[in-house]
Design a binder for this molecule. Sequence first.
Ligand code: PMP
Length: 507
Amino acid sequence: MAWNADLKLDPASGTPVYRQIADAIVAACRDGRLSPGMRLPPTRDLARRLHVNRNTVVAAYEALAADGIVTSHTGRGTFVAEPVAAPAPARAETGDAWPSGFSRAVEGSALAGLLSAYRVATSSEGISFAGSYPAAELMPVERFRVALDAVLARSGAEVLSYGSTAGYAPLREWIAGAMRGRGSDVSADGILITNGSQQALELVFRTLLDRGDPVVVEEPTYTGALSVLGSLGARMVGVALDEEGMRPDLLAVALERHRPRAIYVQPTIHNPTTRVMSRRRRLDILALAERHGCAVVEDDWACDLRFEGEELPALHALDGGRRVIYLSTFSKKLLPGLRVGWAAAPRPVLERLVALKQVADHGSSPLLQAALQEFLRDGGLEEHLARVRPAYRERRDIMLAALGARFPGGVSWTRPQGGLFLWVTLPEGVDGNDLFVAARDRNVLFSRGGLFHSDGSGQGSLRLTYASVAPARIEAGVAVLGSLIRERLAGAAAGPGPRAADGLPIL
Ligand code: PMP
């Protein structure tokens, strides 16, 4: 039955009509009548069918877009965005009886979407290619303990007190020095330490955008950035990538049409596609940003994790730090549990980031920052990188060999020059959501491509992390995925299409 066949609007109800329409769509997402990627009727058609003003339907779609439930694309329509679990565990956890309502960022299915995007597989029996985690068994735990002990012994009361909101000064110095070593023009007072680069993303976008403001993102892009932008009510304008990175022809149109304040990019080992933006493309993107007076938010999460290929300058280095806000993190190259990332930004931006950081948490832990700085000063990072880079390269090669041996023809994948994962494109007739559900039943997890798309697409792709998976388990997990893909290809040749995935959790 069509999701809106029995939709009855009550103009006399206390709930505005646009909200009734939005609620009906949320309900249809919950009970499966609408699923991710489905297109909603054009506003004009739905308005005619419901005998309401078209603006009422527009308002309903906008409210849903602000909640991250649908995404709208000029010329293509409005699509259901996130998978919505039924029944949403979020409702059960928080209780339906809460009397006074919630903000739209965490209402109903918006909450289910956020939780599902971040729920991480914990099954110790399963094989998880999901998440993007460094290898736990390679973590320099002992060396970090020594650094922690040293700072506590030397300056315990200082590092156990409140610190500076912008961050521990010697750590900011170290980071600025490392960035200068890569060609960036930056000093310590241009650095803000954040709780992971996830917080840097949130503070940066909060600083630049108001609700409803457009922002250009790569299509696909990092899930966590999409979640931040969704929760801030930003309007995401996706720009496709080619082999060299974000396509400048499409970017030029998007800038012209939407006049965004910012472009969010990951030039080096893009998450999830692992692409590395060419030097020429880096310059093209900067030139377009310059022409349109637009900021560039550069997420350089993987900068030290390259094990192959030519080192290319960051956009921040190429632009002299004028319109690029640069983010990076110690999570992937070192220890995610420290929750230390940073933003490097021009002074007017940094000032505002610091103000919002103060509002958010009064500053990151001085103890952990000081211990990290001690660890870095003593050469701990170089030593760690010298261990993990070859290990990750080896795991990548094991995964590539397993894919070559186990995956049927028609599936393609990337050969990353670094980082923690690779990106797989499925052949026609194999649906990534359906595969996810089947693989989960066999205790194998991966990150569905749909998580990385702002437009509800991505069912034809998946991301497989190798870095945190032991070599024998890489082979076993890929074998399971290979056989499931073969089954689906055989089924697609013989019968009806894949079933829509139900209540997808995770990752
Ligand atoms: N940016 C990208 C591209 C990421 O993949 C991640 C984590 N997966 C982050 C930012 C945030 O990481 P963290 O907060 O741990 O620094």
